[in-house]
Design a protein. Structure first.
Length: 239
């Protein structure tokens, strides 16, 4: 099977400082693959480079296409979508208008946009209830749902999720990860960057450990969850 996404020997630098060094990973369609690591490891930088938001060296192949020279908008048009850590919503705009912005690549197809609204509202009933409210009035969990919903309006094949649980209460974190798992069941592949190692290992199929810009370990998540070093470093000393 051809991988949906392959990253080979990726290097990303801020000036003379390399934040990502020689990173390689691959994922197949229908998978949730996670990248785990501490703050400053280069996880967000990795996703930004994959999405075309930062210059990089190396090769990124998506659905058999070399992405070199393809800008962020071109990647979105091909079903490759990033949900950033800071969510980057438009606080003064209504929930519905934030969602509509996510459908810009399909804006000429009114029927498809309407269907996307129905699907997103079906998945996130609270967004439908608050569709006329300004995004700035939403709770943290609702803002994360809006960021996810906006990305789904683009009808992606691959979602890059950057720290979806950041700043959320434990009950909301469980809900967000339940939603992430349901997206896989709906046919969306997910590359998930997350500090909450326990939740992400329970949700993902395969995991990579990124430390100081380099992949130090990778394995199926069931194996990582029982690795003594992972337990000591990322799981609080207990499975």
């Amino acid at each position: 099977m051809t991988s949906l996404l392959t990253i080979d020997d990726l290097h990303v630098a801020y000036g003379k400082v390399e934040a990502v060094r020689g990173v390689s990973l691959a994922m197949d369609a229908g998978q949730i693959v996670t990248v785990i690591g501490p703050n400053g490891a280069g996880k967000t930088t990795l996703l930004a480079a994959a999405a075309g938001l930062m210059p990089s060296r190396g090769r990124i192949t998506y659905d058999g296409i070399d992405l070199a020279g393809l800008d962020t908008e071109g990647r979105v048009e091909r079903g490759f979508c990033l949900v950033p850590e800071r969510r980057e919503l438009f606080g003064d705009m209504a929930v519905a208008d934030n969602l509509l912005l996510g459908a810009y690549v399909h804006h000429r197809n009114g029927a498809q946009v309407r269907q996307s609204f129905e699907e997103v509202y079906g998945r996130f009933p609270r967004l439908k209830e608050r569709r006329a409210q300004k995004a700035s009035t939403l709770s943290g969990g609702e803002r994360q749902m809006l960021a996810l919903g906006r990305a789904l309006m683009a009808r992606p094949r691959l979602l890059l999720l950057d720290e979806p649980s950041l700043g959320l209460a434990p009950l909301i974190v469980r809900e967000i990860f339940r939603i992430v798992a349901s997206l896989r069941a709906a046919g969306v592949s997910i590359l998930l960057v997350e500090q909450n190692a326990r939740a992400t290992l329970e949700t993902a199929d395969y995991g990579y450990v990124l430390e100081t810009g380099e992949i130090t370990h990778h394995a199926p998540t069931a194996e990582l969850a029982h690795d003594p070093r992972m337990i000591a470093t990322y799981l609080g000393g207990q499975v």
